[in-house]
Design a protein around this ligand. Structure first.
Ligand SMILES: Nc1ncnc2c1ncn2[C@@H]1O[C@H](COP(=O)(O)OP(=O)(O)O)[C@@H](O)[C@H]1O
Ligand SMILES: [Mg+2]
Length: 352
């Protein structure tokens, strides 16, 4: 029985890029497939600084091809190369993609799963950095569930200047989001290449102007948007948001592994919904078991950026469209976010 190239390609689609949910075919690593009768030869090409990546891909590719019914000889050629050392090694940014002109630092806020308060943390971090004197933008890369404009209290349509989108501004911060471009309720089905295009546009076809920091709110998980982002622009660091319980920490670990695989420096972990302070008696209730984020950061050797308690005010502020950092700067919630922002600034190694 003959084996077809399509069968080979299908088998290769089962091999994921380590740390990501995306497969090596859609990632473009498969350079050549040759089928001679029952014998299969494939050539893969990968650019990475982590030597374990090509090795793992090669092993998994061999295993996937060996499972093809009736397969004969399996030949896998791996062409691994290091990215050119063109970017200062101190930033740890990936060497391939360009920087956004005029933008000093790009940081991505990620979490392994939804609902941990990633967008809330991203928006309040951005506002806190703005209060500290930085020019800040927020890029909402959560294409499926964009929530930044609502939290930032402005849903205007972006204008266009010189064929690029102008970010919408509120509270002195700039933002871009799919929520500003799409009409509300109709659900949109996003496929990999469309997500790639949207992320590229948000990064490179937006008039961000001069920014000290661009905060990117990533969708949960380790899929297309994450990979598209790291392939499109140089990132200066990743912030992982987690809640304290073990399941959340498990997915936080995956987020960290993802950044490491693509050479993005981890700025640290923020523990959100750390504990609940009873507004009546001041009692601290550790709903999800506080301290998991700090322990995990220590275990993984990354910075612990701070803990943000559960406060009703945080949710109300988000729903109202004025982040708590701006709505109630004296509230302990605002202080918690400012502490995290200071820690991020320290981790970035910049005074602004
Ligand atoms: N520390 C917190 N205290 C109270 N509510 C919070 C806190 N962090 C997030 N929330 C609320 O939890 C919900 C989910 O947060 P969101 O930032 O949208 O999560 P994600 O982006 O991870 O899906 C929102 O209603 C938000 O206001
Ligand atoms: Mg979100």
């Amino acid at each position: 029985m003959m084996i077809t190239e399509e069968q080979v390609r299908d088998a290769l689609r089962g091999v994921k890029f380590p740390g990501f949910s995306r497969d090596i075919v859609s990632f473009g690593l498969v350079k050549h497939i040759a089928v001679t009768g029952r014998d299969v030869a494939v050539t893969l090409q990968v650019t990475t600084r982590d030597s374990s990546v090509p090795q793992r891909i090669e092993e998994e590719t061999r295993a996937a091809l060996a499972r093809l019914p009736g397969v004969g000889r399996v030949d896998v050629t791996m062409q691994a190369q290091e990215p050119p050392p063109s970017v200062a090694p101190v930033t740890g940014a990936p060497a391939g993609p360009p920087r956004i002109p005029g933008v000093k630092h790009v940081i991505a806020v990620a979490s392994g799963k939804g609902g941990v308060g990633k967008s809330t943390v991203a928006v309040n971090l951005a506002c806190a950095m703005s209060q500290l004197g930085a020019a800040v933008g927020v890029m909402d890369a959560d294409i499926y569930g964009p929530s930044v404009p609502k939290m930032m209290g402005k849903l205007d349509r972006p204008t266009i200047t010189d064929e690029k989108l102008d970010p919408v501004e509120n509270f002195g911060l700039k933002m871009m989001s799919m929520a500003l471009l799409l009409d509300g309720s109709s659900p949109v089905i996003w496929r990999g290449p469309m997500i790639m295009k949207a992320i590229q546009q948000f990064a490179l076809a937006v008039n961000w102007g001069r920014l000290d920091v661009l905060v990117v709110d990533l969708p949960p998980g380790t899929g297309d948007a994450q990979l598209s982002l790291v392939q499109t622009i140089a990132l200066d660091g990743g912030v992982i948001v987690t809640t304290p319980q073990d399941v959340a920490l498990e997915v936080a670990r995956r987020g960290i592994a993802m950044f490491e695989k693509v050479n993005v420096r981890i700025l640290g972990i923020v523990e959100n919904m750390s504990y609940y302070v009873c507004p009546k008696c001041g009692h601290h209730d550790e709903v999800f078991g506080r301290g998991g984020g700090r322990r995990e950061a220590e275990r993984l050797g990354v910075a612990f950026l701070g803990e943000v308690p559960l406060f009703t005010e945080i949710r109300i502020a988000g729903d109202r469209g004025v982040p708590v950092v701006l709505a109630a700067p004296r509230h302990p919630a605002a202080q918690a976010f400012r502490d995290c922002a200071e820690a991020v600034r320290r981790a970035l190694g910049t005074s602004r």
